[in-house]
Design a protein around this ligand. Sequence first.
Ligand SMILES: [Zn+2]
Length: 510
Amino acid sequence: MRRILVGIAAVALVAALAARAEEQSTAKGPNDDGTKPALVKIAGEGMMDSHAFQYLTELSDDVGARVTGSAQAQKAVEWGVAKMKAIGLENVHAEKWQLWRGWTRGTAQAELLTPIRRPLHIDSMGWTGSTRAGGVDGDVVTVNMFDLDNEMKNMSRFRGKVALVVTRGEPNKSFIQVFVQLGDFLRAAGRAGAIAVIGGQGGGTAAGMNLTHTGILGFDADFTVPVVSMTAEDQGQLERYIARGLTPKVHFDIQNTFTNGPAESANVVGEIRGRENPEQVLVVGGHLDSWDLSEGTTDNGMGSSCTLGAADAIMRSGMKPRRTIRFVLFTGEEQGLDGSFAYVKQHQAEMANHLGSLILDNGQGPVRAFQLGGRDDLIEAFKPFADSLAEIREVKIDDKVEDGTDTLPFSMAGLPGINMDQDSPDYKYTHHSAADALEAVKPDILAQDTTLMALTAYWIADRPERFATPWSAEKTVKMLVGQHQDGMLKAFGLWPKAFAEIEKRDVPSN
Ligand SMILES: [Zn+2]
């Protein structure tokens, strides 16, 4: 018996090794697949004559902050169209889509009245409301985000008060569920007549350095109660008073405006058409919209200028890929990946011809990994290409789905939504804050990231074999569940009906 098993195991091992060897021999990189001469030219343009920092400077200083749906965002769209035309892309146009509601930041002023008097540093979270004109005085009371079940039993105690979100003990549910329940609390606080809520991104505290961090509190989520981000230093002082048994009194005056109906936005699109299979499309992009406490340079002027810089480097190399590279500057990312979800919807009929998407949106640092967005089957094919970049930078590969940017809608469509992950330790300070300005970006890092984006885009579009075709919905559901993305998607109502039906069919409830 044992002998037989060992024998079978040995045969199986030989077969596995043979299959492996065969797989490896079919995965060709730039050295063997004919793409290298073009990549060398593109790398030369990208590293020696990059225009990316010039684009980033214009976008930061001349366009400035560009909140989706605002007049400044429209100006950014016009700027993007003009840049793509100047670069020489084809089919340059804006693809309109509708934001559920527009929002404009007004003013946010706060003062500590007791036990000492001094100004407090706050800024409104996006798509949240206003206090009475002239502001209101009120006591600060805490609300434990990790125990909202109990906190929400008596909402009347928040009437005429400023609720300070704190985290005490251990949450009795997942962080996603806690975040979703925070939305329920904010709605209830508005109904109960709370003055405002102090609770930044995800209800958490700011990163320090006396910075506030704005942002949205869900996917397409708006709240009538004013919600503010307070600097960690000011919030710490309030918490210390409360821990000592004191009740700080504050004056809050917060003014924002919502539009009555939906607001218009648009993704900016331009192409380098493929020379052999123009109908097959790789999307390359970043998001053009930003928050408005500064210039939106690191989030995501970086991705926008990489996208334009990559297009420019490829155009000036004179090289034409086999398949189409479609450069897209998405809007609405900050409100819930709205622009990229709109893109996938508007291009539904064409999605079978897509090869994937390549996105950069993780701050100002150097690229350190390609996350292949759920497609573990592509790691083998991608590896020789990643290896060929080693003399520019070591870049790792994995198959993780990035759910925090425009990669997600492509991964949900069964395509590799490739995230160019970056090493950006300062991003925790710059993103969504008053420090998100041109000072945060080093031109050499931007040129390198841009070049890596251009090379990756060109290699995927030009290699002899098609890089990827979309997975079936069945396979995609299995992957998303395997990567634990289903909980978040369901909690925010983003889990498509078709996915729910597949789950019901495949996992019959008893
Ligand atoms: Zn971003």
